[in-house]
Design a protein around this ligand. Structure first.
Ligand SMILES: *Cc1c(COP(=O)(O)O)cnc(C)c1O
Length: 397
């Protein structure tokens, strides 16, 4: 826990933001930092939740404990909407209160005695939950700082896909595509190599597809589009970044029945025990919202929300590009990854905050490979994003 606290990113940003607001009480601080959604939940989805909530006040509509794995109808709708034709069935889907929570449940499943690889940079929850589990002690180099983690460097120079020939074998590989923070989505060819790598090494891939609906090019939306992936991968996903469910909480994890431990026992069987032991399932009101998300009006409304954030992304990318920066991401994710050659991420973060009252995220908080970068999130009201870009233009013109 001590190791973890030293590097815990978002509380440190919040602390600096509060200090800044004390120093400049009249400043209009705009946050393009933490990556929380800002736009309202589409009415077709919110009203379905309201209806379920109202129903709970009647004898006919009341329900108590539901299935720990989620409501059958919702599991079936997730399977048919996102995994049609990929051989994923309703029973492979575990509905939950979010992808981050499922990442920690998967860590509980794997335990302390595994080795783990992550993209560098990547979403901090993978490394942080590994450190909490105590997965430390094999690779000497960064143990003190990061625990027993293999960092797979992802840079503009390698197209944000690791050189697998230099990656050590690990039991577990966390892979997020489109990636938070770089915004890069792996191609079919790259994912095919990743699946083969996992197969050769007997590793399990935890594929985080939280941003799949943001993909604009022909990158796969799911790891299960890759032949053979069902034998080596699980996938976590959520409604959070599509429907504004960051507060409502609803996600899912796919554990294909084809995925087996080396002793031949199904991973899904053990995951089911973890789910049933540590939780009593996602809220029934959230699940009503999830079902509405997957109706035809709900899917259209989520696409509109995603497109709104992607327009924000374009505005941010264009701003940095016009100022001569190398700004990556944006095409397939709500994040822009901006390079500041020769500078430290925290210095850039501090300068932007001090001079423009904008909160960004220092790239080094996502791993050593993020040093020299800053992540700018496209989650924001349009007028705030436009105003933020105006201030950046004044700062860097
Ligand atoms: C936001 C995010 C999640 C979502 O976590 P929830 O628990 O569903 O809010 C998962 N993975 C990544 C990479 C994210 O950025």
């Amino acid at each position: 826990m001590t190791k973890l606290q030293a590097g815990y990113l978002f509380p440190e940003i919040a602390r600096r933001r509060s200090a800044h607001m004390l120093k400049y009480p009249d400043a209009q601080v705009i946050s393009l930092g933490i990556g929380d959604t800002t736009e309202p939940i589409p009415p077709v989805i919110a009203s379905a939740m309201a209806k379920r909530a109202q129903g709970l006040s009647t004898f006919e509509g009341y329900s108590g404990y539901g299935a720990e794995q989620g409501e059958k109808r919702l599991r079936a709708a997730i399977a048919s909407t996102y995994y049609d034709g990929l051989g994923i069935e309703e029973t492979d889907i575990f509905v939950s209160d979010g992808a981050k929570c499922d990442i920690s449940r998967l860590q509980l499943l794997f335990g302390a005695n595994v080795t783990t690889a992550v993209q560098d940079p990547s979403y901090p929850a993978y490394v942080d939950s590994s450190v909490i589990m105590g997965q430390t002690g094999i690779f000497k180099k960064d143990i003190e700082k990061y625990g027993n983690i293999e960092y797979m460097r992802c840079t503009p120079e390698n197209g944000f896909f690791p050189d697998l020939s230099t990656v050590k074998r690990t039991d577990v590989i966390f892979f997020c595509s489109p990636n938070n923070p770089t915004g890069a989505a792996a191609s079919r060819e790259q994912l095919t190599r990743l699946v083969q790598f996992a197969k050769d090494n007997g590793s399990i891939i935890v594929y985080d597809s939280a941003y799949a609906m943001y993909i604009s090019d022909d990158s796969p939306r799911s790891i299960f589009e890759i032949p053979g992936a069902k034998e080596v991968a699980v996938e976590t996903a959520s409604f959070l970044k599509y429907a504004g469910f960051t507060g409502v909480r609803l996600g899912w994890t796919v554990i294909p029945k084809e995925l087996l431990f080396s002793d031949g026992s199904p991973v899904a069987k053990d995951f089911n025990l973890i789910v049933c032991t540590g939780s009593n399932g996602a809220s029934n009101i959230s699940q009503a919202g999830g079902l509405a998300c997957l109706s035809s009006e709900g899917l259209k409304a989520m696409t509109d929300v995603v497109n709104f954030y992607k327009e924000n992304t374009q505005i941010i990318v264009d701003t940095f590009a016009s100022l001569g920066f190398n700004a990556y991401g944006g095409l397939n994710a709500p994040y822009v990854w901006v390079r500041f050659p020769g500078k430290s991420s925290w210095d850039v973060f501090a300068e932007i905050l001090e001079k423009t009252h904008l909160v960004t995220t220092p790239g080094s908080g996502f791993g050593p490979g993020g040093e020299g970068f800053v992540r700018v999130s496209a989650f924001g009201h349009r007028e705030n994003v436009v105003e933020a870009c105006k201030r950046l233009q004044q700062l860097y013109r």
